[in-house]
Write a protein that binds this ligand. Structure first.
Ligand SMILES: [Zn+2]
Length: 271
């Protein structure tokens, strides 16, 4: 194996989110919540520096957008960056468009669906399982040829276990000669790439939710819509058509998605 200093670096920005599907009361439902984690992956120091510089400039531009001169949005954006659940349309759109134009970003998404809300220690366990499933795949994909840097957005119950979680993934890669990844915990707003992870994750979760709602209105669907929900091309995703905002947001990231999968939870996780 090459000396580690000769290996290029790969940068992973990971985040997690809960999404409650906006069912109307009377509808029968199979799932109500999507819990997901995801990662934005950038290969190489030069690509990272380039993206960071462009995002800094974009954030500056959006902060100074005239329409929010007197809006609290301006200060929040300055302080803690983009966050999809809170952002105004005029703030969100430039970031979505940036994601659609950028080369050199790869997206990975892992999720579970539940009928009931999950919180407290159970939620921490769910996110730990999802992050581990994703990190294991990324270690397998990259750790032989790259020095991997994981950047997790801070999450109260997981900040210290992130390191153990990555060590666990490395231990599972037994037999390969790899350089141990580094693990950082980043504060909200510290990295615009974490904001991109937030947009990507919630964007995909909303697409799943929109499809569930549309599926509920279809008489004869036996779940085959799920097989086409993340198609890489075409005007329909499951039951979701290209007029819907969930579909249009997905278009910005569609070509750069490297992996999406649903994770099976061991029965102990939710008990
Ligand atoms: Zn369906």
């Amino acid at each position: 194996m090459e000396m580690s200093q000769h290996l290029p670096q790969v940068f992973v920005y990971a985040d997690e989110s809960e999404y409650k599907i906006p069912w109307k009361k009377e509808e029968a439902r199979r799932i109500s919540y999507v819990y997901a984690v995801g990662a934005v992956v950038v290969e190489g120091e030069d690509s990272l520096a380039d993206l960071d510089a462009k995002l800094k400039e974009l954030r500056e531009e959006v902060v100074n957008d005239r329409s929010i001169t007197n809006h609290e949005e301006r200060f929040r954006l300055e302080e803690s960056g983009w966050h999809l659940t809170e952002d105004q349309l005029s703030t969100a759109f430039p970031l979505w468009r940036f994601m659609g134009q950028s080369v050199g970003i790869k997206y990975h998404y892992r999720y579970v669906e539940t009928l009931e809300k999950v919180d407290g220690p159970k939620l921490s366990r769910v996110y730990a399982v999802l992050h581990a499933a994703l990190a294991k795949d990324l270690v397998r994909r990259y750790a032989e040829d790259y020095v991997v840097e994981f950047n997790f957005e801070e999450y109260t119950d997981l900040n210290s276990p992130f390191e153990r979680l990555i060590q666990f993934c490395v231990d599972q890669s037994d037999g390969w000669d790899i350089q141990a990844p580094t693990v950082n915990v980043v504060k909200k707003g510290q990295s615009d790439l974490s904001s991109i992870a937030d947009y990507m994750i919630l964007g995909i979760s909303r697409l799943i939710g929109q499809n569930e709602i549309a599926c509920g209105a279809v008489f004869d669907c036996s779940g085959q819509c799920r097989g086409t929900l993340f198609n890489s091309a075409g005007p329909v995703l499951g039951h979701v058509i290209s007029k819907s905002s969930e579909f249009r947001n997905f278009e910005y990231i569609r070509a750069s998605i490297s992996s999406i999968s649903r994770v099976r939870l061991h029965t102990g996780v939710l008990s």
